[in-house]
Ligand binder design. Structure first.
Ligand code: CA
Length: 588
């Protein structure tokens, strides 16, 4: 055959009838179709709950390794991915913007893609990646040089790629993209560099940019290449030109509520960290120092990128309490449709799903120093002495008053995703209880340089734990039980109809707890710390569970005294897959 005929035959084989294509319906049914996992979050509402109960409390002791897959090389570092499983292939991303396609039955590699990263990338918090997305015949993921790449599912060949933003200005991308209605939707990272948070939507087939929505007031959105509407009202809550480098990075991606056809993305800290430079240092009657929409959840119409509503968790933010944490759509015990989110600032919020209106909020960590609570109006009741001081008020003008703050800037909960169990009606929140000394310093914006105006040291607060996995009732905020861990928790949680709560620890244990009592029912030592996100699925009549092991992420880089405390932990890079053999499924 000549090359032309070979190409035609190959294209017929690839495009021919019967070739599997992930559809919008597949994405919408990801939670209920237990044969595959085609979205990050095991459903775009991010509940991370599986209706599978083949594996359950009575037989989980029989869960055994099926295969393990090494990411190889010297490029280990933090492995925060969530695997996807589709049409006999598992897809995972790895540190340094790598992708692997693996035979899901044997663990054998099918293809690997390594993004060629330029010198001078500026990832703030390790060279991690949190997973990809699948739609049609393509796999989508973001890279550390702030690109979105579409790969052919079967071959790993690049179909299209596009620049999200300029990595030289501090932009990068690590979150899993979200696909809704044929659009690939991404955020951006770089909130520590004075970038501007934005959400972008591209045609999944062509990569063509459809709309953009900046997160900071004053910036213009776009729709099909034309300016659309301004985000917020210019200078309503930001002084002078500070909004131009105002942060609000959308670095954790978003969720999608199909019932209200709404995307919800979180926006990170306002930049710089030093709140006194943003007019946020003291309370104002007209709330003009709020710095919208930083430290907020923003609801967006997927059709055109217009903002539907917003809820700001930390107005006048001054502790790096990014508002990015995942917003999970759920139905409460009385049948009401709500959202829940556990914020960096230590409070667990419930919002109305129709309009984002505040319903209630409770602390999910102990001894919070910056606010007494959340008022009926949804605004924090500040403890003003808990705010790091203004350096311009200091005698030499170089360093403001240092305060002890809890949670630390790495948060009561950081990126690590929680789970909602439809079986118990509880949220399972991977929290951390730690504090920090924090102070402010003068800073001016410089492209590609850290833009903080703050210094800090993270410290443990309790003898017996930092990590704390809590079962939280979203009706009352009550903690039903708590599982304490020595090191900070930094990986995802998954619940199942079998009554199991799966998560991993930096110490390397992959654990299944009883969802009602928190009792440890099973564990497996994976050899390196777990900061990945577990999944489960069914294949050939058996239930499988997989999780990535490979210690890293922000804690070793930014954790101060806590980093020193856990510096004995080994790096790694192994994807572990477990199965419950059919013969042992009925064992008691
Ligand atoms: Ca931040």
């Amino acid at each position: 055959m000549n090359r032309f005929i070979t190409a035609v035959v190959a294209s017929l084989l690839v495009a021919g009838p019967g070739f599997a294509q992930v559809t919008e319906e597949d994405l919408a049914n990801d939670q209920t179709d237990t044969s595959q996992v085609v979205t990050n979050g095991m459903g775009r509402h991010l509940q991370r709950y599986s209706p599978l109960d083949t594996l359950n409390k009575s037989n989980v002791e029989n869960l055994v390794p099926a295969w393990a897959f090494s990411l190889g090389g010297e490029k280990q570092r933090g492995q925060e991915t969530q695997p996807l499983v589709y049409d006999g292939i598992m897809y995972i991303t790895g540190s340094y913007s790598r992708v692997y396609a693996i035979d899901v039955k044997t663990g054998k590699e099918i293809w690997q893609y390594d993004a060629r990263l330029p010198e001078g990338i500026l990832p703030c918090c390790d060279v991690i990646n949190r997973g990809g997305a699948i739609y049609g015949d393509k796999f989508f993921f973001g890279t550390l040089d702030a690109r979105i790449v579409a790969l052919d599912l079967k071959t790993g060949d690049v179909v299209w790629r596009d620049k999200i933003a300029d990595y030289k200005a501090g932009y990068s991308y690590t979150a899993a993209p979200l696909v809704v209605g044929g659009l690939v939707i991404t955020g951006n990272s770089g909130g520590e560099f004075g970038i501007v948070g934005e959400v972008q939507a591209r045609d999944a087939d062509t990569g063509e940019l459809v709309w953009t929505r900046p997160m900071i007031e004053g910036h213009m959105g776009t729709y099909k290449g034309e300016e659309s509407t301004m985000t917020g009202v210019l200078n309503a809550t930001w002084p002078g030109d500070m909004w131009k480098t105002g942060g609000g990075a959308t670095w954790l991606g978003g969720s999608y509520d199909i019932d209200t056809d709404t995307l919800v993305f979180g926006a990170g800290n306002p930049a710089p960290w030093n709140s006194h430079l943003r007019g946020a240092g003291e309370p104002k009657a007209d709330n003009s120092g709020d710095n919208l929409y930083a430290a907020s959840r923003v609801a967006i119409d997927p059709a055109n990128g217009e903002i539907k509503w917003h809820y700001q968790t930390t107005p006048r933010e001054g502790w790096d309490f990014d508002g990015v944490n995942e917003v999970v759509a759920f139905t409460d015990a009385e049948g009401n449709k709500k959202f829940a989110t556990a914020d960096r600032n230590g409070f667990f919020y419930v919002l109305n799903r129709e309009d984002g209106a505040f319903v209630d909020a409770w602390p999910f960590v102990k001894d919070i120093t910056w606010a007494e609570g959340i008022g009926d109006d949804g605004r924090p009741i500040y403890i003003e002495e808990g705010r790091p001081g203004d350096p311009s008020a200091a005698t030499d003008g170089t360093k403001g008053e240092t305060v002890f703050s809890a949670p630390s800037f790495l948060g009561g909960k950081n990126w690590q995703p929680m789970s909602f169990s439809q079986k118990t009606g509880l949220f399972y929140v991977p929290s951390n209880e730690w504090g920090m000394d924090i102070w402010n310093e003068p800073i001016t914006y410089k492209k590609g340089a850290a833009y903080l105006g703050s210094g800090f040291t993270i410290k443990p607060m309790y003898e017996d734990h930092i990590g704390s996995l809590k079962a939280i009732d979203p009706m009352t905020g009550e903690w039903k039980w708590e599982y304490k861990n020595d090191a900070p928790l930094w990986g995802g949680v998954m619940t199942t109809a079998g009554g199991l709560v799966f998560f991993g620890t930096p110490e390397g244990e992959f654990i299944a707890l009883d969802d009602e009592t928190g009792e440890k029912l099973w564990s497996f030592q994976t050899g390196s710390g777990i900061v990945g996100q577990p999944i489960t699925w069914e294949m050939d009549g058996e239930q499988y569970v997989a999780v990535m092991s490979g210690w890293g992420g922000a804690v070793p880089l930014w954790g101060g005294e806590v980093a020193a405390k856990v510096n004995y932990l080994n790096q790694g890079g192994l994807l572990w897959t477990f199965r419950l053999p059919k013969a042992l499924a009925s064992a008691e």
